[in-house]
Design a binder for this molecule. Structure first.
Ligand code: GDP
Length: 335
């Protein structure tokens, strides 16, 4: 039975990846940080097959212990401070976890497998996946963005992700570790955190429809993103790990839409006009913005046979329908 270790198990991608790997006959271990982490119980109740191990990306020794104990075949590093807006408020922590966290995990793999720096004595036994991000492209140098596009990150988050990406490439080249990097464009689902623009909109539309909220305060909805479905994207992570040669892959749909277009479709789903309810609030504007991200996923399609299944429209409908039901249930439980 292949064994996978996932950091960031409590996040959106951790849950979809776990389900995908469990369905494919894997034993799945999830790294959980901190004492009394409230998300631990949620994982244990929802996915009883996931085995929890304790450790922290800030603690090198804890990662070495986990690697020694679990002896994984595949390590997926999904853990990060992942909210761009927050990364300006906690830039150092973002660098430590999102950036150096990847290094610590790679070091844990290298040291526990005895890789010494010579390619003959390699750490090829444990495969490593790094969750890289389209935010590394930032102020884009070309459109669409491929694996060849230079990085120009625009936030402490993007800078930290760029470090983690390059250290992954470096450990692949230095120690012959099967270390791959998935440069994922924005990917959403009903499990997306409510702080991200898509979920904030779908929850807002649902609550306004139910009369629980009167308006929705947003930042800049003119920016464009390449939004896909997280459930499709975790399959690309797994495919990369099965390739003979570790490499970097851009994962996205190849379509970009404005935030206001997302909002229009979400509100239409509940029979409302988005413009009647959305107000701009400067607190949601960012010190530096990424105006347009759009993927060129040709390499992933040609080499991995990967393509997204869920359309933009379907993704929004799925999220709105989920939130309408969830908000109605919460409301019913409260009365
Ligand atoms: P990101 O691409 O990783 O930063 O994902 P987000 O979902 O956080 O943001 C996507 C885009 O939506 C960015 O250009 C944000 O500036 C924009 N945006 C506009 N209003 C909001 C808002 O209220 N919250 C968030 N999170 N983003 C917003």
């Amino acid at each position: 039975m292949p064994r996978a270790l996932i950091t960031g198990i409590t996040g959106q991608d951790g849950s979809y990846l776990s389900e995908h790997l469990l369905a494919n006959g894997y034993e799945v271990y999830g790294l959980i940080r901190g004492q009394n982490n409230p998300k631990r119980q949620h994982i244990e109740r929802t996915w009883p097959d996931i085995k929890i191990v304790e450790g922290d990306l800030l603690d090198q020794a804890s990662l070495m212990n986990v690697i020694q104990k679990v002896k994984p075949d595949e390590v997926y590093n999904l853990a990060a401070i992942s909210f761009v807006a927050l990364s300006w408020n906690q830039p150092e922590l973002t660098g430590e976890i999102t950036g150096l966290g990847a290094l610590r995990l790679l070091e844990a793999i290298r040291l526990t497998t005895g890789a010494s720096g010579s390619r003959a004595n390699s750490a090829a036994g444990i495969k490593f996946y790094q969750a890289s991000s389209s935010e590394m492209f930032g102020k884009v140098r070309e459109t669409p963005q491929s694996e060849q596009t230079p990085f120009h990150p625009r936030s402490p988050y993007g800078v930290a992700k760029a470090y983690a990406h390059y250290i992954t490439v470096n450990y692949r080249e230095s120690y012959n570790i099967h270390a791959c990097s998935g440069i994922l464009f924005n990917h959403e689902s009903p499990r997306r955190g409510p702080e991200f623009v898509t979920r904030k909109i779908t929850i807002g539309a649902a609550r306004i429809k139910l009369g629980l909220q009167k308006e929705l305060l947003m930042g800049n909805l003119d920016t464009r993103r390449d939004w896909g479905f997280a459930g499709d994207y975790v399959k690309a992570m797994h495919l990369m790990m099965q390739a003979d040669k570790a490499d970097d892959y851009v994962i996205g749909t190849g379509e970009a839409h404005q935030g206001k277009e997302f909002a229009r479709i979400a509100f239409e789903r509940v029979g409302l006009n988005a413009e009647d309810y959305i107000k701009t609030d400067p607190q949601f504007m960012r010190p530096a913005e990424v105006d347009l991200l759009i993927a060129d996923p040709t390499k992933a399609r040609d080499e991995l046979g990967w393509k997204p299944e869920v359309s933009f429209q379907r993704l929004i409908e799925m999220m709105v329908d989920h939130d309408l039901e969830a908000e109605a249930r919460l409301q019913a439980a409260a009365v």
